[in-house]
Design a protein around this ligand. Sequence first.
Ligand code: SF4
Length: 523
Amino acid sequence: MSEHTKTDGLALASPLPKAERSAPRNERMAGDKIECNACPVLCQISRGKAGACDRYANADGLLVRVDPVLLLRRAQAGSDTTVVPFVPEGAAWQGGLLPTDDVFVTGVGSSTTYPDYKPAPFIVSSQADGVDMVTVVTEGIFSYCSLKVKIDTDRWLGPERALVRHRGEVVGHVTTAEYGSQMLSLGGVHHLTGGSKKEGRITVEMMEMMGNKQAAEVQIEGGATVVIQANRAPIVGGVEEQRMRVGCGSATIGIFAKQFWGLADEVVVVDDHITGVLTEHQAGRCLDMRRSVLKIRGRKSTPGRYFQVANPGTGWGGTDIDDPLSIIETWDTSQAWPGLRLLMVSTTGEHKAWFVLDEDLALQPAAMPVEVAAVVARIGENCEPALCSVLFLGGAGGSLRAGVTDNPVLLTRAIKNALVNVTCGGAPAYVWPGGGITVMVDVARMPERSFGTVPTPAIVAPIEFSMRMADYQRLGGHMGHVRSLEHTLRHGAWHHDGAPTSRRWALADAATAWPLGTPPMLG
Ligand code: SF4
């Protein structure tokens, strides 16, 4: 239960007082317990203890959200980052006026709208370039959510559709490989709810770790063990990946053909997907290169482009080979000439070998000329650092939408009409086309510890909807709960709608200074 949460130095915990409220008493509960209804688990929490998710606690008989709400502040023009700490590290907010169009209230630490019909905990008005805006802020409880993980590596991770396990439980599967990357789909409602209780628990724990940018190890059936951490290099079978390939074997031939011209008589770029052979490839033909006399194993796709030259693996170009000559099927000695120079190289330049035909027309390993080595080095130079990218994909369900408006379809339509900007912890979210509000966000752009869990099991993640005040009114927003940013900063923006009537607000001045809407009734 930390008092302060930082995000890569970009944001600090707000100085907001913790939102506090008294809790309803379940008649069967011990006298010093309070019940949390922020999720369906309905923990009964003893004095001084936290609930099952560690996010709510009983502080002297009051239910409190233990993490502070996280605020972001826009950086000055010219800064190399877009947001900065709300308050400089080590300093405290002095309560002075803030440029309200520079400060953004995130959903991190904001609490939820469960059981769904409550307005979002923070509905904050502000001004942006003179326009009245409103941001609806909440922590969503996502039962329908997954992680899409892109792993930049040529090394064989496992067959498509293979199961992915974490701590022995199935948590996802391998999906399609993409250009220079292999993709995993992890989590999802079937693993959260459709398997055993343990499968759901391990799945949600793994998702929380990866969402919070921590390292998690997964095992792929029939494939590799991989350590995944957002924005860090993948570790495949204990080896930290360095480079994301410059392209497939064919692309590498095309990109560097002219640079190899005159330096090598043949170049083979070994690739598990598309191995390229320079003099047979269109690039070599256009450069009038003399056709070489070697025939590569595998299935020929088009001239100079070969599929399946070997099995997938962790060797050259994502194949299982250690000896590059093993993919050469035949060698036409009637066409070959002594002194023919052959370069074999992988798609990252990590593996390379130089051969020269001797007088008996046998390939002999030789020292690679400096000029050739320079082109190979350029292949490596053009490889980007290999990273893991972790994208959170979640569907905004009942609690999220009803927390914004009584008529949720209007919110869905407004998002589709680009009237509403959706962010997660201040990070831009991509909204999928089609029905519903299915958002996807790069966890690396989100604040530290943005994700939590509840034992239902489900993921808790921040989400914010920003729009013009006039549009919010048009879509039937909870106008009576809009608070100014200034007021939010001083008092929090909690309300008691949806709570049993016995619940009271702990904040003494909750009934004062509501700049917009009407003051809530105290119970
Ligand atoms: S698990 Fe649910 S009910 Fe229990 S403390 Fe957390 S949010 Fe509240």
